[in-house]
Ligand binder design. Structure first.
Ligand code: FES
Ligand code: FE2
Length: 346
């Protein structure tokens, strides 16, 4: 991979984030023959799928005179710059300078390329030079789970605030009244544990009653295990017991509902949320029903997270107030501070 262009300011300088992976779209977003502009960590990029099916993500910048490649086009499986027509192949090498068609372009005539992977139905990008692995999503390879991609949800909000909201069960009765909780009768949250380790930040089970706990529209008791896998990537696995309307379980057999919650930080205060829902529940809801419910829930979340001030998440615990029931968010902020993250934090 080539380095970032020296001439453009690097807003995010956190190695932890630069070497991390971020979805910039669903795999189905990128069709052959098209250039798609994408934004990540304050950088303007392009994504395009070559004839062999591989997606490439480059800086939206031509090394010749700095024009935006996103205004160009694809010809013969190559990106054509809109300004002087230089052509770049799928390795990012310039293959043609139209004003000197018989000369071999200089070696330095090269796109600024980034690492790309297609995984879990998303296109992931790493802007750094030392990418690690994409975090595990065990339900993805488990055929018992039906997978449904939901979103995208554009949040005019900080991505860390979006993650913290995702791992917070105490907002359910208020933000998702009638779905994930009951406003008139909020659950009392029993003490739970949170560990910071190799996997990230991981909670023990958090128990809640949900009158409309998933796309089936039935009352359930849910036991959430939350994980902040990466600074901008979270997961829950919800163990479910069917319940009556008063929240008493009526079934001894557990069912499962997991969600991978991905954040593409566009800037410190704007992000795109995309999720993959994985359910092992009976009856199996239709994918449309899963998406409709997710649209309601994540737009309810969006409306509240967009109001939070300061927009950048404070990682100093004294700057907001943390109750024992907020242990997951509190540990997440501590973890961000331990990782030395400056971008998008206060
Ligand atoms: S700026 Fe791209 S070809 Fe000149
Ligand atoms: Fe929520």
């Amino acid at each position: 991979m080539s380095a970032l262009p020296e001439t453009l300011p690097t807003v995010c300088e956190d190695a932890v984030l630069l070497n991390d992976w971020f979805p910039v779209g669903y795999a189905s977003d990128f069709e052959k023959g098209q250039i798609t502009p994408v934004r990540l960590l304050d950088r303007d990029l392009i994504a395009w799928r070559d004839d062999g099916g591989a997606v490439h993500v480059w800086e939206d910048l031509c090394i010749h005179r700095g024009a935006r490649l996103s205004k160009g086009c694809i010809r013969d499986n190559q990106v054509v710059c809109p300004y002087h027509g230089w052509r770049y192949n799928s390795r990012g090498e310039c293959t043609l300078i139209p004003a000197a068609p018989r000369e071999t372009p200089m070696r330095k005539a090269h796109a600024f390329t980034h690492h790309v992977k297609e995984q879990y139905g998303f296109i992931w990008v790493c802007l750094g030079t030392e990418p690690g692995e994409i975090a595990p999503f065990p339900e993805w390879d488990d055929p018992r789970f039906q997978k449904v991609h939901c979103g995208p949800y554009a949040y005019a909000a900080n991505g860390f605030r979006a993650i913290e909201n995702f791992v917070d069960a105490t907002h359910f009765p208020f933000v998702h009244a009638g779905l994930n909780g009951v406003m008139e009768n909020p659950d009392e949250i029993a003490p739970y544990d949170v560990e910071i380790g190799e996997e990230g930040v991981v909670s023990s089970e958090v128990r809640v009653f949900q009158p409309w706990g998933d796309a089936r529209g039935i009352p359930v008791v849910g036991f959430y295990t939350y994980k902040c896998l990466r600074p901008f990537l979270a997961h829950f696995s919800k163990r479910i017991l069917k319940a009556d309307e008063n929240g008493t379980p009526v079934d001894d057999d557990s069912e499962y509902f997991a969600t991978l919650f991905t954040v593409q930080p566009l800037s410190a205060t704007e992000c795109i949320v995309r999720i993959c829902s994985a359910t092992d529940i009976t009856p199996t809801p239709t994918p449309d029903a899963v998406r409709e419910r997710a649209d309601v829930v994540f737009n309810q979340d969006r409306e509240i997270v967009e109001t939070q001030r300061p927009e950048r998440i404070p990682t100093q615990l004294r700057h907001e107030l943390h109750h024992r029931t907020d242990l997951m968010g509190q540990k997440y902020r501590t973890w961000l501070r331990t990782l030395g993250i400056r971008y998008g934090t206060l």
